[in-house]
Design a protein around this ligand. Structure first.
Ligand code: GLU
Length: 425
């Protein structure tokens, strides 16, 4: 059997209709082939699917912003970064000269003024060249490949970077950074000139969606909390002035760039990228937006789509006989997270007083998050305090640490049968 996913990607790309214009305010960008079209998906185990011109390289432009923000938050800590750059949607164009009137901070790191301030926070004492190299290496770790710079696009942008220079001077004037604004814009423009293809962008997006671990290299690039912070800001500020439309229609944390790329990062599921250089009025790739709209609808990718209900967590429950009296046995299944574990606690609460013991069978549980582990152990601890012996069947170690919180442990077995519990009443 050949997986249908590559054909699906081709079909999505073929179904998009071009429109808009290639960005021309950076002269060299106007020279790209506007008909290039590519898509890539990266899964959580690093498996890649591509279609179209997935090897065509283009400049990353604004898609560098979330990744440099990730480096800044990783290196300085979130509190320090928040002192300098906010996380509020600006409602203004990407290169607007605006600071929050109360805090004097740029609104967020996804607009140019915030991205320039973010650039300055990374290795603040380094030279321009050292900072650029540090960022190049950092973004290469996200991509799992050594990225290179397009120096033609970079110098072309620098020749006309008056707007970004004015933004850098504005941030500098309110103490947003201490360096020479000219060097910061020079470095920021280099950052925007890193060359990527759709495949690179899909891996970079999946690294964010994969809690900070590059799924191909299997190496951690940033902490889980950092990845979550970056995805949050992409959710509210990633698609220029169309972020509200995007979140309602597509619903995937995303970032686009004037080079024609768009990335989408759906936590735990997929990193996606589309490249097509013609842009709409707000600066998003016309075909890129259409392709993501299809992805979202066809593959149920909207972030706010309700996940499967938790009510199926109890696979079977009933009373079994033991030498000491009736034992209430509960077999669980699927992922344990807050809402499913709440169901389990309700079952434990309803166990009749005259039951001798309680046995939990986790053989079919696929994952247990931290809050669920704590909820479950607390429930068992309370049952034990009320005089019910507790038994635990967890052959796959879904919960490796079985301390009930008071130094005691449940009685363990490989199966309910091994506990000597016979017959469902
Ligand atoms: N280098 C571009 C700029 O600063 C990036 C803009 C973008 O992709 O939105 O103007």
């Amino acid at each position: 059997m050949k997986t249908p996913i590559p054909e699906y990607l081709v079909e999505v790309l073929d179904g998009t209709q071009d429109g808009g214009e290639v960005a021309s305010y950076i002269p060299e960008l106007a020279r790209v082939n506007p008909d290039r079209l590519a898509a890539a998906l990266c899964m959580s185990d690093g498996r890649l699917y591509t279609a179209g011109d997935a090897d065509t390289r283009f400049t990353i432009q604004s898609i560098s912003k979330p990744f440099v923000y990730a480096l800044a938050v990783q290196e300085l800590g979130l509190d320090e970064v928040l002192k300098r750059i906010g996380v509020e949607p600006s409602g203004e164009t990407f290169n607007s000269a605006s600071l929050d009137p109360h805090t004097q901070r740029p609104d967020n790191p996804m607009v140019n003024i915030g991205a320039i301030a973010t650039h300055a926070l990374v290795r603040p004492d380094a030279t321009v060249a050292e900072r650029v190299e540090h960022i190049r290496a950092g973004l290469s770790a996200f991509a799992g490949r050594e990225l290179e710079l397009d120096l033609n696009v970079c110098s072309s942008e620098l020749e006309t970077a008056f707007r970004n220079l004015s933004l850098a001077y504005l941030v500098r004037s309110v103490g947003g950074f201490e360096q020479d604004p000219r060097g910061i814009v020079e470095g920021y423009t280099h950052q925007c000139s890193l060359l990527v293809d759709a495949r690179d962008l899909a891996v970079m997006a999946m690294t964010l969606a994969n809690a900070g671990i590059n799924p191909v290299a299997k190496e951690r690039v940033v902490d889980e909390a950092v990845a979550q912070q970056v995805l949050s800001v992409m959710t509210t500020c990633g698609m220029y002035d169309a972020t509200g439309d995007w979140m309602t229609q597509v619903g995937i944390p995303a970032k686009s760039g004037v080079g024609g790329g768009i990335i989408g990062a759906l936590p735990g599921q997929v990193g996606a990228a589309v490249f097509s250089p013609r842009l709409d009025d707000v600066g998003n790739s016309v075909r890129g937006v259409q392709a993501f709209e299809r992805f979202s609808k066809d593959m149920g990718m909207h972030l706010l789509k309700a996940p499967p209900l938790s009510r199926d967590v109890v696979r079977r429950a009933g009373v079994r006989e033991s030498n000491h009296g009736p034992v209430h046995a509960i077999e669980l299944q699927g992922p344990l997270r807050f809402s499913s574990t709440e169901r389990v606690l309700r079952r434990l609460q309803d166990i009749p007083e005259d039951t001798h013991g309680v046995a939990l069978d986790l053989t079919r549980v696929s994952s247990v998050d931290d809050v669920s582990r704590r909820m479950l152990m607390e429930g068992l601890r309370r049952l034990r305090l009320e005089g019910h012996p507790v038994y635990f069947v967890d052959p796959k170690s879904a919960i490796p640490d079985r301390d009930l919180g008071d130094g005691s442990y449940p009685t363990e077995a490989e199966s309910l049968d091994e506990l000597g519990l016979t017959g469902l009443a």
